[in-house]
Design a protein around this ligand. Structure first.
Ligand code: ATP
Length: 303
C-alpha cells in the first residue's frame, strides 16, 4: 500500500488477557473514500477504531494515519474527527451552546460552530435545548462535534444506530455531502443495506481478522445469487445437497433455493443436477446483496 491511503495497518493486534480482539490485521482505507467497516458483534471493529484513535495501544503491528505513525497520535489526531459512541451533551443547553463549549475547549475558531451546524442541517434548531432533540438530531449533532476540527478523516462508529428510516436517510445524505468535500470516512455499521448505498470501499472483519478489504464493487461482483426452482420438492432437496457439498450457503424461500456463489457455479450446478437425475430446473442469476455476501463470508464458505 502507498501514501494514497488515509489509514493503513500492518499486522495490528490487540489482546485483552487471553482474548485476541484484533488479530494480525492488515487493512487500508484509500483517501477520499467512504469505507464501510462491517463484522458481527465482537468482530473487533470498535477495538480497531480505538487503536487508530490512540485510545488503546496495540500488542503488535503498526499503522499509519494520514501519513503519520500510530505511535505519534499528536501528529494526526488534530486532523481526525471521531464519533465512537452515543455522544454526551449537556441536555439543558442548546445545540449551538454545546458546540461552542466544545469549540472553546478544543481551541477551534468560534466560526466553525455555525459552519458545522449548517453541514449537519441543524441551524434551524440550533437554539433549542438538546434535551428536546430527536435521536437523529442528536446523532447529527454528534457528527457536527466530530467536524469541529474540519478533519480530513472522519471515523464514525455506528452513526445511524437506532435511527428511524428518515434519520438514516439524513445521515446517508450527510455522509455523501462530506465525501463530496473530499473527506475520508471510515464508517462502522451493522446496516448492510445502508452501507451498500454509501460506501465505495469495504472492510469485513471476523474474529479480529479481515475477510475482505477492497472496493465494494469488487466484492459484490465476486458473488451472485442463484435462484433455483423445480416442480418437485425432492428435486430441490437434491440440488440443495449438491450446493452444500460444493460449500456454498443455500436457503429455501418461497419454494425456491437461493444460493450465494460465484457466477460460474450456476452452470456447474445445472450439469451436476442433470447427472443426479433432476429434470429441467429454472435457474436465475441475480446480483447478491452485501448482506448475503457478508453471511457467506462469515460462515466461511468458499468464494
Ligand atoms: P460490536 O459490533 O458488538 O460493537 P465490535 O466488532 O465493535 O462489536 P469489539 O467491541 O472491538 O467488537 O470487541 C472485540 C472483542 O474484544 C470482544 O470479544 C470484546 O468482548 C473484547 N473486548 C473489547 N474491549 C475489551 C476490553 N476493554 N476488555 C476486555 N475485552 C474487550
Amino acid at each position: 500500500m502507498t501514501g494514497v491511503f488515509a489509514i493503513e495497518t500492518h499486522g495490528l493486534s490487540k489482546h485483552f488477557g487471553r482474548h485476541t480482539a484484533v488479530d494480525d490485521l492488515t487493512i487500508g482505507v484509500p483517501a477520499g473514500t467512504i469505507a464501510g467497516f462491517v463484522g458481527p458483534n465482537g468482530a473487533g471493529k470498535t477495538t480497531t477504531i480505538r487503536l487508530l484513535l490512540g485510545l488503546v495501544r496495540p500488542n503488535a503491528g503498526s499503522a499509519t494515519i494520514l501519513g503519520h505513525p500510530l505511535t505519534k497520535p499528536q501528529r494526526y489526531l488534530p486532523r481526525v474527527g471521531a464519533l465512537t459512541e452515543a455522544p454526551a451533551f449537556y441536555p439543558g443547553l442548546s445545540g449551538r451552546t454545546n458546540l461552542e463549549v466544545l469549540a472553546r475547549l478544543g481551541g477551534y475558531p468560534g466560526s466553525r460552530v455555525s459552519e458545522v451546524l449548517e453541514v449537519v442541517e441543524l441551524s434551524d434548531r440550533a437554539r433549542d435545548r438538546v434535551g428536546t432533540y430527536s435521536l437523529g438530531m442528536k446523532q447529527r449533532l454528534g457528527v457536527a462535534m466530530a467536524l469541529l476540527p474540519d478533519p480530513e478523516l472522519l471515523i464514525l462508529d455506528e452513526p445511524a444506530n437506532g435511527l428511524d428510516p428518515l434519520g438514516i436517510i439524513g445521515i446517508r445524505e450527510l455522509l455523501r455531502r462530506l465525501a463530496a468535500q473530499g473527506k475520508t470516512i471510515l464508517l462502522s455499521s451493522h446496516m448492510l443495506g445502508e452501507l451498500e448505498q454509501v460506501t465505495d470501499w469495504l472492510i469485513m472483519l471476523n474474529q479480529g481478522k479481515a475477510l475482505f478489504c477492497g472496493p465494494a464493487r469488487e466484492l459484490l461482483a465476486q458473488r451472485v445469487e442463484v435462484v433455483v426452482e423445480a416442480e418437485d420438492a425432492v428435486h430441490l432437496d437434491l440440488v440443495a445437497r449438491i450446493v452444500g457439498e460444493a460449500g456454498y450457503a443455500v436457503t429455501l424461500e418461497d419454494h425456491a433455493l437461493r444460493i450465494a456463489c460465484p457466477a460460474g457455479f450456476a452452470e456447474t450446478l445445472n450439469r451436476q443436477a442433470r447427472e443426479a437425475g433432476v429434470p429441467a430446473l429454472t435457474i436465475r442469476v441475480k446480483e447478491a446483496s452485501l448482506e448475503q455476501l457478508f453471511l457467506a463470508l462469515v460462515k466461511g464458505d468458499r468464494t
